[in-house]
Ligand binder design. Structure first.
Ligand code: G1P
Length: 297
């Protein structure tokens, strides 16, 4: 079985209702942390992991996302004329080799599993990665790269995993652990958004996956799961039931839930403080703000 992962699926069809009214006209994935859209972080992480083919599962109203990865001849010409080499360099991150990026429409919002299944013909018979751009992970080495390296040893399916407080387990896919090997766990079951108190552990799935093409065949069954949606978690759990290996990978890095407002704000602060050009001014401001708040209390 091939263990080189060069394709990645980015499910970006969601309506982003939690960020209305902004998402009425701006795709959630274009919302920015400092000055880079969420999707740029996901693409950079994929590139660092060796991904060469980028498959976006989109929906109506996401054309800004397609434009983002296009060349911008007028803008580039104007920057060149003004000698703004630094900004031209910044724009380079958004360039994609022709044919490296594909867009597939998910015509109906039937769940994450269904969105991934929409890419089945492009995946064909190869292992592939899935990246959920809502989960932004900061760290020295990208989360997907860590997983790709581990996967070269293990094969099977692999999901990024992180301990969460038990009362938050209901928001995630949760792993039932067979064997804990530290960085990796072998999984004997998976539950999508368990009812409070029924979670098999507090080890949650975070939005990075390396999957075998068999997952697409499992998704063919179109089984409806939690919330009446076709769940990726269930298609992975089917692998365990069929006797094949599934691993959870405890990545190194800090994860931000940019699918929630609080998480997005936290990421904005953290990424702002991490920037050389902003750190001093921004941290002075934050210190003043905290001091003022404390004084007022
Ligand atoms: C999705 C997955 C879930 C996973 C989560 C990670 O849920 O279905 O298993 O734990 O992403 O962010 P969503 O957040 O889209 O509801």
């Amino acid at each position: 079985m091939q263990r080189k992962v060069i394709k990645a699926v980015f499910p970006v069809a969601g309506l982003g209702t939690r960020f209305l009214p902004a998402t009425k006209s701006v795709p959630k994935e274009i919302m920015t942390l400092v000055d880079r859209p969420l999707i740029q972080y996901a693409i950079d992480e994929a590139r660092a992991a060796g991904i060469k083919e980028f498959i976006f599962v989109t929906s109506r109203g996401k054309s800004a996302l397609e434009d983002y990865f296009d060349t911008a001849p007028e803008l580039e010409a104007s920057l060149r004329k003004k000698g703004k080499e630094d900004l031209l360099e910044v724009l380079k991150q958004t360039n994609m080799e022709s044919g490296a990026i594909a867009y597939i429409r998910q015509h109906r919002a039937l769940g994450l599993g269904h969105a991934v299944w929409c890419a089945r013909r492009l995946i064909a018979n190869e292992p592939f990665a899935v990246i959920l751009p809502d989960d932004v992970i900061a760290g020295e080495k990208g989360c997907l790269q860590q997983m790709v390296e581990a996967y070269e040893e293990t094969g099977g399916c692999m999901v990024a995993a992180m301990e969460v407080p038990h009362d938050k387990a209901k928001a995630y896919g949760i792993l039932d652990v067979e064997k804990d090997m530290g960085q990796q766990v072998k999984v004997k079951g998976m539950v999508e958004k368990p009812e409070p108190g029924t979670e098999p552990s507090n080890l949650a799935v975070i939005g990075r996956y390396i999957l075998t093409p068999q997952i697409m065949r499992n998704l063919n069954r179109m089984r409806s799961g939690t919330g009446g949606e076709i769940q990726l978690t269930d298609a992975i759990a089917d692998e365990i039931a069929a006797g094949r290996d599934v691993y959870g990978y405890r990545f190194r890095g800090q994860r931000f839930d940019c699918g929630s407002k609080a998480g997005f704000l936290q990421a904005t602060v953290a990424f702002g403080l991490a920037r050389d050009d902003l750190r001093d001014e921004f941290s002075d401001y934050l210190s003043e703000l905290v001091a003022m708040r404390n004084a007022a209390q």
